[in-house]
Design a protein around this ligand. Structure first.
Ligand SMILES: NC(=O)c1ccc[n+]([C@@H]2O[C@H](COP(=O)([O-])OP(=O)(O)OC[C@H]3O[C@@H](n4cnc5c(N)ncnc54)[C@H](O)[C@@H]3O)[C@@H](O)[C@H]2O)c1
Length: 327
């Protein structure tokens, strides 16, 4: 598992271990946390380091790769496309090259709804045109587009999972979301409710019922479970494909704020800012394909239950994993 010290990867690692799989994490700890890796080996290194990746694949007799490692801040990707292409595209090509050389033939790839760009139709189905509007989405799409070629040439079968907005935390409160800077709405709203920086809402004049953007928040443990199902289906059928992972129910920024207020029983101070360039008004998934083919159904379907797990993590770890933890 690349990027297994990060937010979604650490949850997937826990879920895979609970399902009986042996997991090995490769992470350069540029954004991840040592403490997020529980009871499985952590190798600190970069996915672009082909000799290292080959050694890890060989030494641990790896049969499948889940590739979470990436940079994912849309705004930063607009300012630094070179860094994003280098890390997300060149880095992934290194991983694929190592997999081809070591004949590892199963890949689950973390893709994103950002590959769709401005939707022409919602809910978004997997066949919706993919026209990203930022370099982050382009880097993910570049990899998605490369995968059929790697399958043809080297026999690497793959599933691209296009997540919508990952949210929530491990219900045990053991691991959770700790990005720096934090770019996601729910943890930012919780910070604001607990005396941290005031939340800024980017625009309230969108063509939506309350004027704020609508997004599809999907629980990180549900994402983790989808990975296990996607891997098992891929191992069984060898059929490469892509799935949207979302709940199919959009929530507005205001609804998220109200949910955080209900769950924490505190007020979320917020101010209104301008729209962010490139923020579509409405993004939510048609997730029927994953439901039908992987028999995947999100367990955390309502927003309050998602927020409650994020709140539990925050209460147990008000400063995240702590600065000493990051290399
Ligand atoms: N968080 C979301 O809402 C969301 C939505 C859609 C897609 N995704 C995708 O899911 C994946 C995981 O996202 P996350 O929120 O867990 O991010 P994260 O930053 O918490 O985790 C990413 C991990 O990858 C590691 N990493 C980055 N580049 C690396 C490299 N070159 N070599 C080795 N390790 C490297 C980081 O140290 C970090 O631990 C990413 O690929 C992201 O694009 C996330």
């Amino acid at each position: 598992m690349t990027g297994g010290a990060g937010y979604i990867g650490s949850h997937a690692s826990k879920t895979l271990s609970q399902a009986g799989y042996d997991v090995v994490v490769l992470d350069n700890l540029s954004a991840g946390h040592r403490q997020a890796v529980k009871d499985v080996p952590l190798i600190q290194g970069d996915v672009s380091d082909v000799p290292l990746v080959r050694r890890v694949l060989r030494d641990h007799q790896i049969s499948a790769v889940m590739h979470f490692a990436a940079l994912l801040d849309v705004g930063a990707s607009v300012r630094d496309p070179a860094g994003y292409y280098r890390n997300n595209v060149v880095g992934t090509l290194g991983l694929l090259e190592a997999m081809a050389a070591e004949t590892v033939r199963l890949l689950v790839f973390s893709s994103t709804c950002a590959t769709y760009g401005e939707p022409i139709e919602t809910p978004i189905v997997e066949t919706h045109p993919q026209r990203p509007i930022n370099s982050y989405g382009e880097t993910k799409l570049a990899i998605e587009r490369s995968l059929p070629h790697f399958e043809r040439a080297y026999g690497i079968h793959s599933v691209a999972l296009r997540y919508f907005n990952a949210a929530g935390a491990d219900p045990d409160g053991e691991i959770g979301e700790d990005h720096s800077p934090e770019i996601h709405l729910i943890p930012r709203a919780i910070h604001s409710a607990t005396g941290g920086e005031c939340l800024q809402v980017f625009g309230d004049d969108y063509p939506t019922p309350d004027g704020t953007c609508l997004r599809d928040y999907v629980h990180v443990v549900d994402l983790a479970e989808a990975h296990v199902r996607a891997l098992e289906a891929l191992a069984e059928t060898g059929r490469s494909t892509a799935y949207n992972l979302g709940t199919g129910t959009p929530h507005s920024v205001r609804e998220v704020i109200e949910s955080v207020e209900r769950v924490t029983n505190r007020r979320v101070p917020w101010t209104l800012g301008p729209r962010r360039p490139g923020d579509p008004a409405v993004l939510y998934a048609a997730a029927h394909k994953a439901q039908a083919e992987l028999h995947w159904k999100p367990r955390f379907a309502d927003l309050d239950s998602i927020v409650a797990t994020a709140w539990r993590w925050h209460q147990r770890h008000p400063h995240g994993y702590g600065p000493a933890d990051r290399d």
